[in-house]
Design a protein around this ligand. Structure first.
Ligand SMILES: *[C@@H]1O[C@H](CO)[C@@H](O)[C@H](O)[C@H]1NC(C)=O
Ligand SMILES: *[C@@H]1O[C@H](CO)[C@@H](O)[C@H](O)[C@H]1NC(C)=O
Ligand SMILES: *[C@@H]1O[C@H](CO)[C@@H](O)[C@H](O)[C@H]1NC(C)=O
Ligand SMILES: *[C@@H]1O[C@H](CO)[C@@H](O)[C@H](O)[C@H]1NC(C)=O
Ligand SMILES: *[C@@H]1O[C@H](CO)[C@@H](O)[C@H](O)[C@H]1NC(C)=O
Ligand SMILES: *[C@@H]1O[C@H](CO)[C@@H](O)[C@H](O)[C@H]1NC(C)=O
Ligand SMILES: *[C@@H]1O[C@H](CO)[C@@H](O)[C@H](O)[C@H]1NC(C)=O
Ligand SMILES: *[C@@H]1O[C@H](CO)[C@@H](O)[C@H](O)[C@H]1NC(C)=O
Ligand SMILES: *[C@@H]1O[C@H](CO)[C@@H](O)[C@H](O)[C@H]1NC(C)=O
Ligand SMILES: *[C@@H]1O[C@H](CO)[C@@H](O)[C@H](O)[C@H]1NC(C)=O
Ligand SMILES: *[C@@H]1O[C@H](CO)[C@@H](O)[C@H](O)[C@H]1NC(C)=O
Ligand SMILES: *[C@@H]1O[C@H](CO)[C@@H](O)[C@H](O)[C@H]1NC(C)=O
Length: 454
């Protein structure tokens, strides 16, 4: 196999390109949108590096091969000569060349091929660039998640600028159906780390990627689902698989976070201050059995979103692959509100399947419009048998927030009970002091009387 100096240079450049991409993010970022009417259904912001291997044709070697075959005709039955020609033939056609190119700024969406998923077609984003090249992503969804089902790369070998000395010509299409890009519906998939997807003789490396399909609005959802590669910096190193998994250590009390939702005019309309702990039972991959795990929500890693209405409001907290959705309802007749629904979507690395739990008929955190609800004492909110939520130092106000501040609080029964304890103890102590005092006074009176009799 011959490898020309030029090819060696390309070979060295490819990792360099990828390194530069990972560290400096120096490839161009493109924004691609698929629309139907005025509404956007797929949006992607990404950088992509394409790495394509193709067969080159060497005209010099070809001429030599022709000459060889010509002479072979004369030197019939010469096995050695046949072998020589065969070797030469491999020189003519076999050299593989590698080319690296990034998705250029001029990349655009091909509206004719792209689709939002009407008429039974899956949603499909087709980006075209250069001379007849294209990159396509097709999507599918189930109840809770959407995913990229396949990646299609089309490259035009006739483009001699990109593919010099190519033996082939015309458009080559390669498809990969194991892409591994997925996220909960109504969240944006985010992956800063480079992710390489191989398809045929090509590889596509995405980086600085933000993408969403089945979009509820015209912009990427503020709630993000961060890819596993980006999470390795924040999660603990995996435990060796050969040893028995250690018993999970209790995580301690969670940090208190302040979460707020703003309405379309930018005013804070929902306020919450709380420490949250998830208590989830799921089938562990490492232990091959159901485990119960307590996981604290870290407010520093949480992305807040939600919505406000006159009778319902929602608060959505997303931390990496965990999405927690609170729904509050208002009874406009009694002017009372309560927490009516909790929904949890979680996809932790140890889970055999993504965890989803929802209960929309809850009655927790009941309070009155114009007031906030407060509960400093730990409270356990049972959602489904496999999932309950522990709250700490909680104060929420889902309706009627003014000036970004909590209104006067209505305190929970647990707090009132907690406050009753010192009162009871105090009252008991006071009673005791009173009894001693009375006993003392009676005693003094008696002894007084005693003196008088002497
Ligand atoms: C092209 O890339 C492939 C895969 O990275 C590598 O194995 C091969 O040696 C490269 N070939 C040349 C000629 O650079
Ligand atoms: C799209 O937007 C334009 C201008 O904003 C408006 O005139 C048109 O009716 C809209 N079309 C649809 C289908 O909403
Ligand atoms: C073409 O083949 C000849 C040998 O037949 C070799 O010396 C030369 O380097 C090759 N050129 C390219 C561009 O591959
Ligand atoms: C492929 O590239 C050639 C040369 O640039 C061009 O003439 C041809 O139209 C391209 N093919 C497609 C399908 O665009
Ligand atoms: C990839 O997705 C496109 C669009 O959904 C579809 O037309 C094509 O058949 C798919 N290819 C494979 C191999 O699944
Ligand atoms: C939904 O899709 C996700 C991502 O592809 C997958 O992991 C999950 O198992 C699917 N859930 C169901 C219920 O099919
Ligand atoms: C190179 O191209 C010729 C003619 O187009 C074709 O017969 C041959 O199979 C190709 N060789 C390779 C290795 O692709
Ligand atoms: C996504 O958001 C839209 C609009 O906000 C809503 O109608 C839909 O139910 C949501 N879907 C899920 C799975 O949460
Ligand atoms: C946003 O909330 C403020 C205060 O509650 C209210 O005055 C304003 O009308 C709201 N804006 C919208 C668009 O609902
Ligand atoms: C998991 O456990 C089940 C029964 O408890 C067993 O049938 C299965 O083979 C186990 N799987 C692995 C991968 O250990
Ligand atoms: C959150 O960030 C603050 C300031 O950066 C830090 O003091 C605190 O320890 C962090 N909390 C957690 C739970 O990581
Ligand atoms: C949260 O739940 C509410 C009510 O069920 C729903 O409208 C909203 O779309 C959900 N949000 C997310 C991000 O799932």
């Amino acid at each position: 196999m011959g490898s020309t100096p030029k090819m060696k240079v390309l070979d060295c450049l490819a990792p360099l390109f990828i390194a530069c991409l990972a560290i400096l993010g120096c490839t161009q970022a493109v924004t691609l949108e698929v629309k139907e009417g005025n509404s956007t259904c797929i949006k992607a912001e990404l950088s992509a590096l394409l790495f394509i291997t193709y067969t080159t044709f060497n005209s010099t070697a070809s001429a030599q091969y022709s000459a060889c075959v010509e002479s072979e005709k004369r030197l019939l039955f010469s096995a050695l000569h046949a072998l020589l020609c065969h070797l030469m033939n491999s020189l003519v056609f076999s050299p593989q060349s590698n080319v690296s190119t990034s998705l250029p700024d001029s990349t655009s969406v091909d509206a004719a091929s792209s689709s939002c998923g009407a008429a039974g077609r899956p949603p499909w984003l087709v980006a075209v660039f250069g001379s007849g090249h294209a990159l396509g992503l097709s999507f599918a969804k189930n109840g809770s998640f959407y995913s990229v089902t396949n990646l299609t790369l089309q490259y035009n070998l006739s483009d001699t600028l990109l593919f010099p000395q190519s033996n082939g010509s015309g458009v080559v299409t390669v498809v990969s159906s194991s892409v591994g890009i997925w996220a909960p519906i109504n969240t944006t998939y985010r992956c800063a780390s480079p992710t390489t997807i191989r398809a045929g003789g090509a590889a596509v490396t995405f980086s600085a990627m933000r993408l969403e399909a089945y979009m509820p609005g015209n912009d990427l959802s503020p709630a993000e689902s961060v890819c596993a590669a980006d999470q390795t910096t924040t999660t603990a190193p995996p435990t060796p698989t050969t040893t028995v998994a250690p018993a999970p250590t209790p995580p301690g009390t969670p940090a208190t976070g302040v979460f707020s939702v703003t309405n379309s005019s930018g005013t804070v309309c929902l306020l919450a201050k709380m420490g949250l702990q998830l208590n989830v039972s799921y089938v562990s991959q490492a232990q091959n059995k159901t485990v119960q795990e307590l996981v604290n929500v870290n407010p520093n890693l949480t992305v807040t979103s939600g919505s406000c209405g006159s009778t319902t409001a929602s608060l959505v907290l997303t931390q990496q692959t965990t999405t927690l959705n609170f729904t509050f309802s208002m009874n406009s007749i009694t002017s009372q509100y309560h927490l009516s629904g909790i929904n949890l979507l979680a996809n932790w690395s140890d889970m055999t399947a993504p965890f989803s739990a929802s209960n929309t008929s809850l009655d927790y955190l009941r309070s009155t419009l114009g007031r906030s609800y407060m509960c400093n004492t730990e409270q356990t909110l049972l959602v489904v048998p496999a999932f309950s939520l522990n709250t700490f130092r909680l104060q929420v106000q889902p309706f009627g927030v003014t000036a970004s501040q909590f209104a006067a609080a209505e305190e929970c029964q647990l707090d009132q009970d907690q406050m009753l304890i010192p009162i009871i103890v105090g009252a008991a102590l006071a009673g005791l002091v009173l009894i001693i005092l009375v006993a003392y006074l009676i005693g003094r009176k008696r002894s007084h009387a005693g003196y008088q009799t002497i």
